[in-house]
Write a protein that binds this ligand. Structure first.
Ligand code: SAH
Length: 503
């Protein structure tokens, strides 16, 4: 049976601009066919088990020709796959979406279209330019600077100028001199405001606001490159007053985060809310220990313990999954005291209706062991954590003469999808900071990246152990003041301010 092709507009770059329908389609995809303009953040939403086909390498010599793309879509759908064809912006606005549907329609393959937010409107919006404004203009015209035949020759500049609306040119960077000359010859006011907007809606977006007569020179001086759009019209002058995207606390920063997938979204969400562009590269994954006899053993004699201690949110999650699998009730924990290494772990317990009794002053294994050594006062402790846990915890308990059982709940495995894309970005200096929330994420990240000049990377580390690991690869390191996500975010906000100040 045939599958289906869903033509999805990915928006102009910022992953928050993908539509809900677009995301639902991605989540159900078997195969995703995408091209160069699709933002990293959107690519990260492709489920790990879906096959990815990149048909738009930036350098044009790798570009897959259109007729081949059409064939790929047809073939994959005929194999019975749910195919998502992801395209930058809106698929029908200079996106050749129409051409891609022709072959499918001919062969009776089902398709759907999910419109996207187009760069023609969103890129100006992120630069503080409303494409229409009642005081200045009442129409918007979107024009391509590049068509099948010689583009510039086809544009009727005198008519465009007469419309007196906002003009947005896509794919017009190389033809910019011709376009500006055409407008001037068509009678436009040489002092009419005009702007070039590069990589709009991403962390590294840039804008040059000028006039029709000076735009080419000013854009050249700024070294503007594609992808960029040209906007001509009085509304461009509003950018000076309405710019906002870069002004957010983490605006202008592209941050790579490496946490395990299940912990990713909360951190990423907070960074995005503060204006950062987040690239997600889950570098480690946690795997519950199968047939965990140590755990069942501990459970069969829970009354031996007075304390349970957890050292990570993953540990808490897996513990409760195991509890459920063993058909044990949370009431079996009644009477036990609970210790957590830090606030995230404490919060994970709270989500299960449990309030902790102890959390160390500093959120690391040594301090947890120290505090428990005093609090346990000779009573036995059940440690529930990763298979390879820090020996500092048990060492501190031994020093205090406290008996314990160290029960492994999970193993950390190093696993990275889409490592190649991220590596490209790192090599090109496109990532401002890499955030590491544990020493194991550093290990997983380095394992996935392999050969790379790590001395160029700016690492923001959650604590000393993580920093020590990153140090081994020569990364430039900043360490959060206290070992929490909040503190990491404070640290990044401070770094962003420094960057703004040009330091
Ligand atoms: N379907 C897309 C346009 C495809 S044509 C849409 O609706 O946005 C490709 C052109 O879009 C580029 O040459 C550039 O002019 C523009 N473009 C796409 N994304 C952009 C971005 N993030 N910043 C600036 N221009 C962009």
């Amino acid at each position: 049976m045939n599958g289906k092709v869903i033509l999805v507009g990915a928006g102009p770059g910022d992953s928050g601009l993908l539509t809900l329908r677009g995301r639902a389609a991605l989540e159900a995809a078997d195969v995703v066919v995408y091209d160069a303009l699709v933002g990293q953040g959107v690519l990260a939403m492709i489920p790990p088990n879906a096959r990815r086909i990149n048909v738009g390498k930036r350098s044009s010599n790798h570009l897959v020709p259109q007729h081949e793309i059409n064939q790929i879509l047809l073939h994959e759908a005929q194999e019975g796959n749910n195919v998502v064809r992801l395209k930058g912006g809106d698929p029908f606005l200079f996106g050749r979406g129409g051409e891609e549907l022709e072959l499918l329609a001919e062969h009776g393959v089902d398709f759907e279209v999910v419109p996207g937010i187009t760069s023609a409107i969103a890129v100006p919006a992120y630069a503080g330019i409303p494409v229409t404004h009642r005081d200045f203009t009442s129409s918007l015209h979107i024009i391509t600077g590049h068509t099948k035949a010689k583009a510039e020759a086809q544009i009727d500049y005198p008519s465009l100028v007469k419309l007196n609306g906002t003009l947005v040119f896509l794919m017009g960077i190389s033809a910019m001199p011709t376009i500006m000359e055409g407008l001037l010859a068509g009678g436009i006011d040489p002092d009419m405001p005009a702007a070039v907007l590069e990589r709009g809606t991403t962390a590294h977006q840039r804008r040059v606001v000028s006039t029709v007569k000076n735009l080419v020179e000013d854009a050249c001086a700024a070294g503007i490159k594609t992808p960029a759009i040209i906007v001509v019209g009085r509304v461009c002058a509003l950018a000076g007053q309405f710019h906002w995207a870069e002004d957010r606390p983490l605006g202008g920063l592209r941050i790579l985060i490496t946490r395990p997938r299940e912990l990713m979204s909360a951190f990423a969400g907070r960074l995005r809310a503060l204006g950062a562009e987040v690239v997600e590269l889950p570098s480690i994954a946690t795997q519950a220990i199968p047939d965990n006899t140590a755990l069942t053993g501990a459970f069969s004699c829970l009354d031996r313990y007075q304390w349970l201690t957890f050292t990570s949110p993953s540990g808490v999650r897996i513990f409760f999954e195991e509890l459920r699998r063993m058909r044990r009730d949370v009431r079996c924990l009644a009477g036990l005291k609970l210790a957590a290494i830090g606030p995230s772990t404490a919060r994970a317990l709270e989500e299960h209706g449990l309030q902790i009794d102890l959390m160390p002053e500093r959120y690391d294994a040594a301090h947890l062991g120290g505090a428990l050594g005093v609090a346990a006062n000779g009573a036995r402790v059940l440690i529930l954590r990763a298979k390879i846990g820090s020996p500092e915890l048990t060492r501190a308990l031994e020093r205090a003469g406290v008996g314990y059982d160290d029960v492994p709940l999970y193993e950390t495995v190093y696993a990275c999808a889409n490592a190649e894309l991220v590596k490209d970005q790192l090599e090109q200096g496109e990532v401002d900071y890499v955030a590491f929330t544990s020493a194991s994420t550093v290990k997983g990240f380095v394992g996935a990246m392999g050969d790379l000049d790590y001395s160029k990377l700016n690492a923001v580390c959650i604590g000393e152990q993580t920093a020590a690991e990153a140090q081994q690869y020569g990364m430039k390191i900043v360490t959060a003041q206290s070992a929490t996500i909040d503190s990491m975010i404070d640290c990044l906000t401070g770094l962003s301010r420094l960057k703004e100040g040009g330091v």
